[in-house]
Design a protein around this ligand. Structure first.
Ligand SMILES: [Fe+2]
Ligand SMILES: [Fe+2]
Length: 219
């Protein structure tokens, strides 16, 4: 069941001929990053990065590019509504419902739409992936995770590890972050390309955290 707001946005949406440009526009309308909602602009830009990663994996692995880019663009489309409902932990389910309605209204291929909707619905899964989860669906979640361990999120994490902290607190924060990064890096991935990108980004993050920890130990 879509919220009143989501229904209004979908109703007002003017469909473009290009499905990718259209999904981008619809995502922007649905997140509605008004000046007071920098978090929604962040979410929009994150989704564009996830779509670029999904495109690169699709090309490297021979996966269907357009539907994968669409799924990546739409993966967090339920964000604004889930926060408004105080149900962030259901943002993937709310997003899947919005994506289903949107793709049906766009007249997108039914079988591909099902894959896209499942990709959105399953993008938060970590280590226990359903047996019927396809490489396409796993790639949506992998692309999200690759952005989540990329330079921007690493910079945000490093900032939190040091901001106004004593050396002892920095050390503890870094050790905790290294352990979390290693657990994250060990999760199963859908493709060799995703595996490589995650490994590269997590290794870089761990090495920066270890440099920080080493400096905190010097005092
Ligand atoms: Fe998400
Ligand atoms: Fe995301």
């Amino acid at each position: 069941m879509l919220t009143e707001r989501a229904l209004r946005v979908l109703e007002a949406h003017v469909f473009l001929a290009d499905p990718v440009a259209d999904a981008r526009a619809f995502l922007f309308e649905m997140l509605d990053p008004t000046p007071d909602r920098g978090d929604m602009l962040y979410r929009y830009e994150h989704s564009l990065r996830v779509a670029a990663i999904g495109r690169a994996i699709a090309r490297a692995e021979g996966l269907p590019e357009e539907p994968l880019v669409l799924a990546c663009l739409l993966h967090d489309i339920g964000y604004r509504d889930s926060l408004a409902l105080d149900e962030y932990s259901r943002h993937h389910l709310i997003g899947a419902e919005i994506a289903r309605e949107y793709l049906a209204k766009a007249g997108y291929d039914a079988a591909l739409s099902r894959e896209i909707v499942l990709g959105v619905e399953r993008h938060c899964l970590t280590d226990s992936l359903p047996a019927d989860m396809t490489v396409f669906q796993t790639t949506v979640r992998d692309s999200d995770d690759i952005d989540r361990c990329g330079p921007i999120r690493t910079a945000m994490l490093l900032g939190r590890c040091v901001d106004e902290k004593t050396d002892a607190q920095i050390l503890a924060a870094c050790e905790e972050a290294v352990a979390r990064t290693k657990r994250f890096a060990a999760l199963p991935r859908g493709t060799a390309t995703a595996r490589r990108l995650i490994d590269e980004r997590c290794e870089k993050r761990v090495s920066l955290l270890e440099e920080l920890a080493a400096q905190a130990r010097m005092a």
